[in-house]
Design a protein around this ligand. Sequence first.
Ligand code: NAG
Ligand code: NAG
Length: 368
Amino acid sequence: MAPRLGPLPLLLLPALTWAVVVATDPPPPNSRSCAATTDYASEREPLLSTEDVRLLVAVDHSTAFPGAVTTACGSGLAGTAHAIHCVGGYPVGGVILEPPLPPTRSVLFLHGLIDKPPLYLSLLSLLLRAANSTADPSPWRSTRLLVPFAPAYPRLFRDAAADQGVPAGPIHAWFDNSHTFPYIPVGALVGATPGEVAAALVATGVVEDRPGLATSTDRLAVLASAQAAGALDGTLPPVAEARTAVVGHSNGGGMAWHLAVQSGVAWAGVVAMSGHLPLTPLYERYPPLARAGRRPFSVASVAGANDTVVDPRVSEAAADVGRRLLGGDDAVTHVTLPGSDHMTYLLGDANTPTVVGLLERAFDGADD
Ligand SMILES: *[C@@H]1O[C@H](CO)[C@@H](O)[C@H](O)[C@H]1NC(C)=O
Ligand SMILES: *[C@@H]1O[C@H](CO)[C@@H](O)[C@H](O)[C@H]1NC(C)=O
């Protein structure tokens, strides 16, 4: 049975901004979650308590955009056979979507810049439904989805322009990438070739949020090893790091790239969607700073040809630089999805089946 992927909005970001206005707000999560993010050392303390996660997840997002589903801790994820487990504290601080069969592999999913990370659960519901309509859906019945929520920054270093679709106020981010905001609308990060784009990034002199990147890298590597040790919440069975694929979108796509080149974890595979490669100028100047050498996994880089938030040439440049860092033409594949905007391919557009195929292929390198 084909999933019902009806017509969906072409521009999700405005829809999300709109959702911020109309969604019923829960009581604010306790203040510790924000306070903890103002100094990096204390970010190792619990990010969100289980109660914070429960309140975030319980918001009725069904009016946010067509296809969005209502979510609640302890329930099934609508349209799927996965169950929503909410686990607060370090390192999960978010949601685990537990499959109906004992997990044999997992996806570590990294959301993009957003004020309400549970909105991404609707997109994952849609992807799981799309996966269930492929020729061989059975592996997804034993695939766990780890959905940690990024730390809530009280505010970003730099405000986004009004037309960039970034919600105002506290926002969940793996690292502060607002330094690149001014360069996006004026096209300063683009060029005719990937090499030119990399050079353009260098020319901006953007200094990226290295403490934020390092903190999230530590946390996500600890999350993978906690899962491998069966220590997620005491009841969920283990899944090895080599059977865990990292999948990230936008700010999470940048984080996925960073995990590929800096975490030292032997992931099953990495899918970096509509992001850039953090610290590209640094690697251009000092290539040895990347963990050079062949990785046992491959990276799939994804861009939307009609992306107005992250220019597709920026993501293509990430693939170009990443290929050199990871050492080998076959270490990185890049796909530009025709007609897709920043996230329409996660919303059931014509390219959603391609994305599901890339997620499936991310496990090709997994040990059996
Ligand atoms: C997956 O697809 C099968 C066959 O079409 C259907 O019977 C089943 O209900 C679907 N499972 C989920 C969780 O959607
Ligand atoms: C994508 O961009 C191309 C070229 O500008 C345009 O012709 C096409 O209509 C766009 N597609 C969508 C879905 O917006």
